[in-house]
Design a protein around this ligand. Structure first.
Ligand code: IMP
Ligand code: MG
Length: 433
């Protein structure tokens, strides 16, 4: 391929707090790939796709499923809510996309979200002082059970004996109320029903993937959430419960790290966040409303209005480092046209100190101080062209923005999208470098 992004082991990850447009980019890249794999998170993710007349949101099944000849996999690092998985299969069937054991493979050792995980998540969110603004999808409690070593994996569903033993263990450890709707008997019935439908899709995803990679087939790893929501490296404790950075692509799909060749980190040309936690470039409510209206910034999973602000370069540079990004992808650049003068966050200030780095800003925030973003301003973008094939097709302020991002982060931009439809993006070759 001319753009050189169809090789083996391309990881697509988020460089902000999720919702960067990863799904849209995976859909673009999947055209030239053979296999698309999800490797972390669960149905807290919401990957929006607009393909011709069709608009849909995928939460669990990789976006590659929308291209007929692709194989999609859900790796061991994903937590699976089977009810959502089946709803998604049915939704896809309604769009003429059939999920079969041939085009969808699910790791038999992926952990399963049970109904009680969702109840625990929601109960915590409703408790004063405990709010993180989670999606209440049971993601955190399911990962907790995994790490606590009493989680239930997909293949367990095929054995009533194992399921009963594990449920007994979970009920004991979690002090769940057996007299409620959540009796072990009713969960056994539920698990058996789920297991029967899931069985044909289960396999050793790592083994299947390595088989493809050894044949020289190209594999695309579809990240969910974003670097700043990573449980280790993000804005802890305001994070999700999985690792969202690129290295997780190997762990969460069961292959060796050496197969990951390219890490494309996606960022919006501005920034959003859903849920609680620091967001240093968040703008005032009136300006946020304009971002929200122009960029349709409402959660694809929960419908919550997203918090909005300008692009934060020190945070992006930090995200590029923890991801090991080899290239950047810039999305929704068209939204900036129409917002007036463009602001670019370049450093932070706190208690009279300016020029702070992201780590310094986070340390100050964690100590309870107010941190402000310091900006450089660019002129208003003006009118966007209907079609663009290269950066020079853009108005000067957007070209300046792209140069600023590349210079600051120190990594080339490889793809820019300027609209939600397939084709409203272009690749940038950096072979001359
Ligand atoms: P959880 O992942 O549901 O536990 O939520 C933890 C935090 O991550 C909350 O602030 C959520 O809003 C945020 N979050 C989780 N998944 C996504 C996503 O796919 N996009 C954006 N934010 C997310
Ligand atoms: Mg999303």
């Amino acid at each position: 391929m001319a753009h050189g992004l169809s090789g083996q082991g391309i990881v697509v990850v988020g460089g902000q707090w999720g919702d960067e447009g990863k799904g849209r980019i995976v859909d673009t890249l999947a055209k030239d790939c053979d296999v698309v794999v999800r490797f972390q998170g669960g149905n807290n993710a919401g990957h929006s796709l607009h393909i011709g007349e069709t608009s849909l949101v995928l939460h669990l099944i990789p976006c590659g499923i929308m291209r007929p000849d692709k194989i999609c996999m859900i790796g061991n690092g994903v937590v699976i809510d089977p009810e959502v998985l089946f709803q998604e299969m049915d939704l896809l069937a309604g769009h003429g996309v059939k999920c079969t054991a041939d085009n969808l493979k699910i790791a038999k050792n992926a952990h399963m979200i049970f109904p009680f995980h969702k109840l625990i998540d929601a109960a915590r969110e409703n408790k004063p002082g405990m709010q993180l603004g989670t999606t209440k999808r049971g993601i955190g409690p399911c990962y907790e059970d995994k790490v606590a070593r009493f989680g239930i994996v997909a293949s367990d569903l095929l054995s009533p004996r194992i399921i009963r033993k594990k449920l007994e263990n979970i009920f004991g450890n979690r002090f769940l109320d057996r007299s409620s709707d959540l009796s072990i008997e009713s969960l056994m019935d539920w698990a058996q029903m789920i297991g029967n439908r899931l069985a044909p899709f289960l396999c050793d995803v790592g083994e299947a993937l390595e088989h493809f990679l050894k044949q020289g087939r190209s594999v695309l790893f579809e990240g969910a959430q974003g670097a700043l929501l990573d449980v280790d490296h993000g804005t802890y404790p305001f994070v999700t419960s999985s690792n969202c950075v690129a290295a997780q692509a190997a762990i969460g799909s069961g292959i060796g790290a050496h197969w990951l060749k390219e890490v494309l980190m996606v960022s919006k040309a501005y920034c959003t966040r859903v849920g609680e936690g620091p967001f240093f470039s968040e703008t005032d409510p009136v300006e946020q409303e304009r971002f929200r209206r122009l960029g349709n910034e409402f959660g694809a999973t929960t419908g919550r209005p997203r918090r909005c602000g300008w692009i934060d370069l020190p945070a992006l540079k930090y995200a590029a480092r923890i991801n090991g990004a080899t290239g950047l992808v810039l999305t929704k650049i068209d939204i900036l046209a129409g917002l007036g003068p463009i602001k670019v966050g370049v450093s932070y200030s706190c208690q009279g100190n300016s020029g702070l780095s992201f780590m310094e800003a986070m340390a100050a925030f964690n100590e309870g101080h107010v941190v402000s973003m310091e900006y450089k301003e660019l002129k208003a973008a003006g009118v966007m062209p209907d079609r663009a094939e290269k950066i020079t097709d853009f108005p000067q302020p957007l070209r300046d923005l792209c140069s600023m991002i590349e210079d600051y982060v120190g990594i080339p931009i490889r793809i820019i999208s300027y609209g939600r439809e397939r084709g409203q993006e272009f690749f940038i070759s950096h072979e001359k470098n």
